[in-house]
Ligand binder design. Structure first.
Ligand code: FAD
Length: 451
C-alpha cells in the first residue's frame, strides 16, 4: 500500500495536464487532477477553439462578396453577434463535457478547485489536503497587460469571447499572433479595427517577408496597423474610450483589447516557498524531462514558457507520463514545430526564417512565389498569396517553409512532415504537383530569387 493518496497529482486540467493524467492512469497510476476553472484549459475554453470558430464567422463576410462574380445573387446579409457567441459557447460546453467524460473514463479523480502546494508531496485543494508521490504542474498562462492609467477599461482575449455586443470601433494593442488574429476577427465581423504595436512590424520572430506581406494584406482589408505606437493612458467617458498615444495623438473607440503577452500562472501556488526555481517572468525552470529542481515535481506546457502551443503541451504531458509511469522514457523535440496564424488571410510556418538561418551560419537559396490565387481571378478580390522556402545551399535541405494565404495552416501541416524529416529541395520537387492548387507552388518553384 502506497503511503500517498495518489501516485500522481496534476495541477491544471488543460491540454497538457489532461493528457499526462490520462496516459499515466493508462500505465496503472492512481491519478487526480485539480482544475480551478473549466476542464479543457486555455485552448478549449478561451483560446484556439473559440478563436477559430470566431475566425470562421469572420470569413463569411468576404465569402458573400466573392460569390457575386461567380454568379450568385446574395441577398441582404446581416450578422448577429449574440447568436455566434451562444453557438460558440454551446460547442465549448460540449468539448468541456467530453474532457470530463474522458478523464472520468480513465479513472482519474477530478477536484474542481484551486490547488496550492503545501510541501513537495502535499496539495491543498478545496479545503482538503491530498498527498501524492509525483506532482505535475500544468497551470498554463494568463494575459498580461501594462500598468498604464485606465488599463482597467480594456479587455483581453478572455473577455473578447464574451462581449455582450460587437463593438463598432476596436483598438487592438499588441503585435503577436493573438492580436493579429483578433484584428482579423473583429474586422471581418464588421468592426473598424486599429492595431497598435510598439515594434517595427507585427509578428516579431516570424520571417520578415511573412510579416510585411501579411501586414500589407491586412491593410488592404481595412485594418489600420500603426507600428511604433503605444498608449500611455486610457480614459473612459460614457461608453467611449480614448487612448492617449505616444505620438501625442488620441484614438477613440468602443473597446480596447490588449494582447501584449501572457504570464505563466505559477504565482500564488506555493512553488517559490518550496524552493522550485522560477524565472522572473514566472516561467517554471525545467530540464529536458520537464523536471524542476525539486525531484518529484515536474512542470509542462505554457507555465514553463518553452513553446506555448497546445500540441506542444500535449506532447510534453505525454512524454512525462510515459517516462515517469510507463517505463518508456522519451523527450520532446522542440525544434522545427509548425505553427499557424489564423489571420485573414492566414499564415503557416515551419522551420527557420531566413534571418534565423543566416544567423545560424547557413548559406542560402531562397525561393519565393507571390501570386493571385485562382479563386480571386474571378472573385475580383485583391488578395495575394506568398510562399517562401529557405534552403541550405550546400546540403539543399529545406530549412524553412513559410506561407501567407488561403489554407496556409492546412498546407504547412503537411509540409511540416517533410521539413521535419530533413527533406531536400530536390525531394520536394520529386513530388509531382497536385493541380490546380496553391500548394503545388511548393514543389514547382525552380529558380532561387536570392542567395
Ligand atoms: P492551459 O490549457 O492554460 O491549462 C492550464 C489549466 O490550469 C487551466 O485550465 C487553469 O484554470 C488551471 N489552473 C491554473 N492554476 C491552477 C491552480 N492553482 N489550481 C487548479 N487549476 C489551475 N495554441 C495552439 O496550438 N494553436 C492556436 O491556435 C492557439 N490559439 C490560442 C488563442 C488564444 C486566444 C490563446 C490565449 C492561446 C492560444 N493557443 C493556441 C495557446 C494554447 O491555448 C496553450 O498553449 C495551451 O492551452 C497550453 O496548455 P497548458 O496545458 O499548458 O495550459
Amino acid at each position: 500500500m502506497s503511503r500517498y493518496d495518489y501516485d500522481l497529482f496534476v495541477i491544471g486540467g488543460g491540454s497538457g495536464g489532461v493528457r499526462a493524467a490520462r496516459i499515466a492512469a493508462g500505465h496503472g497510476a492512481k491519478v487526480a487532477v485539480a482544475e480551478e476553472s473549466r476542464l479543457g484549459g486555455t485552448c478549449v475554453i478561451r483560446g484556439c477553439v473559440p478563436k477559430k470558430l470566431l475566425s470562421y464567422a469572420a470569413h463569411f463576410h468576404e465569402d458573400f462578396e466573392d460569390a457575386r462574380n461567380y454568379g450568385w445573387t446574395v441577398g441582404e446579409v446581416s450578422f448577429d453577434w449574440p447568436t455566434l457567441i451562444a453557438n460558440k459557447d454551446k460547442e465549448i460546453d460540449r468539448l468541456n463535457g467530453i474532457y470530463k467524460k474522458l478523464l472520468i473514463g480513465s479513472k482519474v479523480d477530478l477536484l474542481e478547485a484551486h490547488a496550492v502546494l503545501a510541501d513537495p508531496h502535499t496539495v491543498e485543494v478545496g479545503g482538503k489536503r491530498v498527498t501524492a508521490k509525483q506532482i505535475l504542474v500544468a497551470v498554463g498562462g494568463w494575459p498580461e497587460r501594462p500598468g498604464i492609467p485606465g488599463i482597467e477599461h480594456s479587455i483581453t482575449s478572455n473577455e473578447a469571447f464574451h462581449l455582450p455586443t460587437l463593438p463598432v470601433e476596436v483598438v487592438i494593442v499588441g503585435g503577436g499572433y493573438i492580436a493579429v488574429e483578433f484584428a482579423g476577427i473583429f474586422n471581418g465581423l464588421g468592426a473598424k479595427v486599429t492595431q497598435l504595436y510598439r515594434g517595427e512590424q507585427i509578428l516579431r520572430g516570424f520571417d520578415d517577408d511573412v510579416r510585411h506581406f501579411l501586414a500589407a494584406e491586412m491593410g488592404k482589408k481595412g485594418i489600420g496597423i500603426r507600428t511604433k505606437t503605444e498608449a500611455s493612458r486610457i480614459e473612459k467617458a460614457g461608453n467611449r474610450l480614448t487612448l492617449h498615444l505616444n505620438d501625442g495623438s488620441q484614438l477613440t473607440c468602443d473597446a480596447v483589447m490588449y494582447a501584449t503577452g501572457r504570464r505563466p500562472k505559477s504565482d500564488g501556488m506555493g512553488l517559490v516557498e518550496l524552493g522550485v526555481a522560477v524565472k522572473p517572468d514566472g516561467a517554471i525552470i525545467v530540464d529536458a524531462d520537464s523536471r524542476t529542481n525539486v525531484a518529484n515535481i515536474h512542470a509542462i506546457g505554457d507555465c514553463t514558457n518553452r513553446v506555448n502551443l497546445t500540441p506542444v503541451a500535449i506532447r510534453e504531458g505525454h512524454a512525462y507520463a510515459d517516462t515517469v509511469f510507463g517505463n518508456r522514457p522519451w523527450q520532446v523535440d522542440h525544434r522545427t514545430i509548425a505553427s499557424a496564424v489564423f489571420s485573414h488571410p492566414p499564415a503557416g510556418v515551419v522551420g527557420l526564417s531566413e534571418a534565423e538561418a543566416r544567423k545560424g551560419g547557413h548559406e542560402l537559396d531562397i525561393y519565393k512565389a507571390d501570386f493571385k490565387p485562382l479563386k480571386h481571378t474571378i472573385s475580383g478580390r485583391d488578395e495575394r498569396t506568398l510562399m517562401k522556402m529557405v534552403v541550405d545551399r550546400k546540403s539543399q535541405v529545406v530549412l524553412g517553409a513559410h506561407m501567407v494565404g488561403m489554407d496556409a495552416p492546412e498546407i504547412i501541416q503537411a509540409l511540416a512532415i517533410a521539413v521535419k524529416m530533413g527533406a531536400t529541395k530536390a525531394q520536394f520537387d520529386a513530388a509531382i504537383a497536385v493541380h490546380p492548387t496553391a500548394a503545388e507552388e511548393f514543389v514547382t518553384m525552380r529558380t532561387p530569387v536570392a542567395g
